[in-house]
Design a protein around this ligand. Structure first.
Ligand SMILES: C[S@@+](CC[C@H](N)C(=O)[O-])C[C@H]1O[C@@H](n2cnc3c(N)ncnc32)[C@H](O)[C@@H]1O
Length: 209
């Protein structure tokens, strides 16, 4: 892991390319949340907003938070272009110290992973406090590196397990029901067009009180 400041690393990553991610929703998030009734959602580390925009298009009022102002601005621009500004809110902030007076029916974290410092467990644990009674938290992570990931990145990355992420949430069993703790396979296309299978760590829990 380099000791570059996280905000610098991610800002350079986004500013260095006109678009970093596909703009499409993450397939695992779409599959897991499809059956949920729309309400208020928050996405942790939203990047360029693909998941937030998908949720908003399905009727959610969705907030995305990300460290990179460039990513957040791109997400806002995409929301404007798709007529989703009134259902979306994007905030540039460091989630390790972020607080929010609101409560959400769904809190999501898709691939909140980083080759530079990221207090992921602290962020996930804190985010359980953003979930409203009856609401859910969904944590999706790369359980292994994609075959095309640069070797130096893979070396630096920690890959979550569902059991590890569930433990990180530190849920009180009396107040939370764990619904999914598993590794899911999904098909993907590599940047050079090859079909491959990727593994996502998935945790879904619902606050019951
Ligand atoms: C691997 S990307 C995933 C982006 C998006 N969720 C997706 O699935 O396309 C990780 C994201 O986490 C953000 N991030 C990293 N550390 C963060 C922090 N401390 N606070 C907020 N966002 C952070 C990065 O800027 C980056 O956009």
């Amino acid at each position: 892991m380099t000791d570059q400041a996280p905000v610098e690393f991610w800002e350079q990553r986004y500013a260095g390319s006109p678009r970093v991610w596909s703009g499409r929703v993450n397939g695992t998030l779409a599959a897991v949340t499809d059956a949920l009734a729309p309400g208020r959602a928050m996405d942790l580390g939203c990047g360029e907003g693909g998941d937030v925009l998908w949720l908003a298009a399905r009727g959610w009022h969705a907030t995305g938070v990300d460290l990179s102002p460039t990513a957040v601005q791109r997400a806002r621009t995409a929301a404007d272009a798709r007529g989703l500004s009134d259902r979306t809110r994007f905030i540039a902030a460091d989630l390790s110290s972020y607080t929010d007076g609101d409560e959400y029916d769904l809190v999501t974290a898709s691939f909140l992973q980083s080759p530079v410092e990221l207090p992921r467990e602290l962020i996930l644990r804190t985010a359980t406090g953003f979930v409203s009674p009856g609401g859910s938290i969904l944590v999706v992570g790369h359980a292994a590196a994609p075959p095309w990931a640069p070797t130096d990145h893979v070396h630096d990355m920690v890959f979550p397990t569902p059991e590890g992420d569930l433990a990180a949430l530190q849920l009180d069993d009396a107040r939370w029901r764990t619904l999914v703790v598993e590794v899911r396979e999904r098909t993907a296309t590599s940047p050079d067009g090859a079909h491959t299978v990727l593994h996502d760590s998935v945790v879904l829990a619902q606050r019951v009180d």
